[in-house]
Design a protein around this ligand. Structure first.
Ligand SMILES: Cc1cc2nc3c(=O)[nH]c(=O)nc-3n(C[C@H](O)[C@H](O)[C@H](O)COP(=O)(O)OP(=O)(O)OC[C@H]3O[C@@H](n4cnc5c(N)ncnc54)[C@H](O)[C@@H]3O)c2cc1C
Length: 533
């Protein structure tokens, strides 16, 4: 048997590649295998949301994504040719206040090239054949390109092997859910006349639905439903001319197709893995959840699964945390996946429903969204995956709140702008915990500095303390930043001395008023082992 590896990643789609990049950033040894001989050539998942860009920023990859993608700032919703709502993505509460359109093959290429630059490579044409779980490791059997089989052990296995996950089957985990009857046609087209490069267009009428998303390649992602009485219904392959005819028919009077570059038919399945962890095996991405493409959530949710799990695995593998923190992966991500499956199911039912009353209600709802900015703001932040709360985590301390409206444990730290071009997340050191110490008055200055130094010396390699001070005379060192009382009050609703512990995935795991160290150190003692210096 070959030697042990800390982590085996099965599947090099977006989820597996994200997990691999994060493990590499943490300096953890791993192998990543994929049964296919190459990465996808297609544009499949084309929408990357703000929360994913925040995760990619921690890998220094967000700028490469932005360069390779197209920023979409608006979404127009039409009933027939009548505009019902213009959705403004600019109101997203993030540095990335837009939706990034980028074909999946480009996203995967960036992740693969970054891995290569860190001296890691996907083992292609390599299939997982069997896994045997033991108490302290997992035995894996893989088949390599020359049909040679290799047996080795891994401390942990990450199932990133997609909707038909073989790991899920091998681990005997159920995948219950529903299959929808609706069939859709997806095509990447170019038009004879240019259409807006910064807008998504959604159109519905009594029977038909149409979505158009501009791609950075100059193509347009085009999705239409195939009604049950249509001649194409239940067909998977049809001549290109028929596809062109059907697409053109839906675009009547709006635009003329120049070329169809790629097309595919799909049906919607909505399923969730019964368990996200079984001993040392973790389910991530499509292996854990599949659902309707409404809102472009699929790939983004997989990226967040990896962003949630990998820092925890890294802490455990390095001996800095106890194995039990890994249970929080399922406690945190399973409810999020369940909510996304429910939300996209509902959206799909609503979009596809042809009942006259539902169409009337839908029209009214979109008009309301257009009219009420606060409603629109809530919707775009939800789609961008910024507002998911971990409500029942095993590693978050929910005891304290700073104020009713201040950020609370279990939520993502708001990435507010502190100055022009300086956002809150720039204070967080990637892949480590950060202790944010909010200092409002001079009388507490000494205590704040003592707390900062004590955390620095006790948790040197794990936690970076940063003092955010509204006191003008505090010496400007590396870990002290100056801001105004007004800004903290207005944007974070914090106006008293307070401490926030921020995890590597930007979530708040603990907070307290004032700078007493006892409770904080007790919490840290439960999170980290004593082997951290
Ligand atoms: C046509 C199409 C359009 C889509 N459009 C969108 C969209 O607009 N927005 C959106 O969010 N999502 C969209 N999706 C879904 C999105 O592509 C998926 O959510 C995303 O790819 C999931 O990533 P993943 O890494 O979890 O799984 P996958 O991308 O499925 O990757 C799994 C990998 O595991 C490998 N593998 C499987 N079994 C084994 C094994 N035994 N051994 C080794 N390797 C194995 C496979 O070869 C594959 O490369 C679309 C999908 C398709 C097909």
């Amino acid at each position: 048997m070959n030697q042990n590896v800390s982590v085996l990643i099965v599947g090099a789609g977006p989820t597996g590649l994200m997990a691999a990049n994060l493990l590499a950033a943490h300096g953890i040894d791993f192998r990543i295998i994929d049964k296919k001989s190459r990465a996808t050539l297609y544009s499949n998942a084309a929408a990357v949301h703000a929360r994913s860009l925040e995760a990619l920023q921690s890998l220094n990859l967000s700028q490469l994504f932005l360069k390779a993608g197209l920023r979409i700032e608006y979404g127009d919703i039409y009933r027939g040719k009548k505009l019902l709502a213009e959705i403004h993505f600019k109101t997203i509460d993030s540095e990335f206040n837009y939706l990034l359109s980028i074909p999946q093959n480009r996203s995967e290429k960036i992740l693969i090239e970054n891995l290569l630059s860190l001296h890691h490579k996907v083992e292609r044409d390599t299939t997982l054949m069997a896994i045997y779980p033991f108490a302290d490791h997992v035995e894996a059997v893989i088949e390599k390109p020359n049909s040679e089989r290799e047996k080795f052990t891994a401390n942990y296995v990450l199932a990133c092997d997609g909707a038909h996950s073989s790991v899920r089957g091998m681990a005997d985990i159920d995948f219950p859910g529903n299959d929808f009857d609706q069939q859709f046609l997806l095509a990447d087209l170019t038009f004879k006349r240019n259409i807006s490069q910064h807008k998504i267009r959604a159109e519905f009428n009594d029977k038909e639905i149409l979505f158009m998303v501009p791609l950075p390649t100059g193509n347009v992602r085009f999705i239409i439903n195939i009604p049950e009485d249509h001649s194409l219904y239940q067909k998977e392959t049809v001549p290109l001319e028929t596809v062109r005819y059907v697409c053109q028919n839906r675009l009547a009077g709006f635009n003329t197709i120049d070329k169809i570059h790629w097309h595919s038919f799909f049906w919607i399945h909505s399923k969730m893995s019964a368990a996200f962890q079984k001993e040392r095996i973790f389910m991530l991405g499509d292996a854990a959840h599949i659902h309707s493409p409404a809102g472009g959530q699929g790939m983004n949710t997989g990226l967040q699964d990896a962003f949630n799990l990998i820092w925890k695995l890294a802490l455990v593998i390095k001996g800095h945390s106890h194995q039990k923190i890994l249970a929080s992966y399922s406690a945190e991500r399973k409810p999020v996946a369940a909510e996304i499956v429910k939300m996209t199911d509902r959206a799909t039912h609503l979009i596809a429903n042809q009942n006259a009353m539902v169409i009337w209600l839908k029209t009214l709802a979109f008009k309301m969204v257009n009219r009420f900015q606060s409603l629109q703001h809530k919707i775009v932040n939800h789609i961008a995956q910024l507002d998911y709360e971990y409500k029942d985590s095993t590693i978050i301390d929910y005891t304290h709140r700073i104020s009713l409206r201040a950020p609370k444990p279990g939520c993502r730290l708001p990435n507010i702008a502190l100055k022009r071009q300086q956002f809150m997340f720039s204070l967080l050191e990637p892949h480590r915990h950060t202790l944010l110490i909010f200092l409002f008055n001079t009388t507490a200055e000494k205590q704040a500095v003592i707390l900062s130094s004590s955390i620095c010396s006790q948790y040197k390699n794990l936690i970076t303390p940063v003092i955010i001070s509204t006191i003008k005379k505090l010496p400007q060192k590396n870990n002290v930043i100056q801001t105004t009382r007004r800004l903290l009050n207005k944007k974070l609703h914090i106006n008293v001395n307070a401490v926030y512990l921020i995890r590597p995935d930007h979530y708040i795991s603990y907070c307290q008023k004032n700078f007493g160290a006892d409770e904080l150190l007790m919490y840290l003692g439960q999170t980290f082992t004593s082997e951290h210096s």
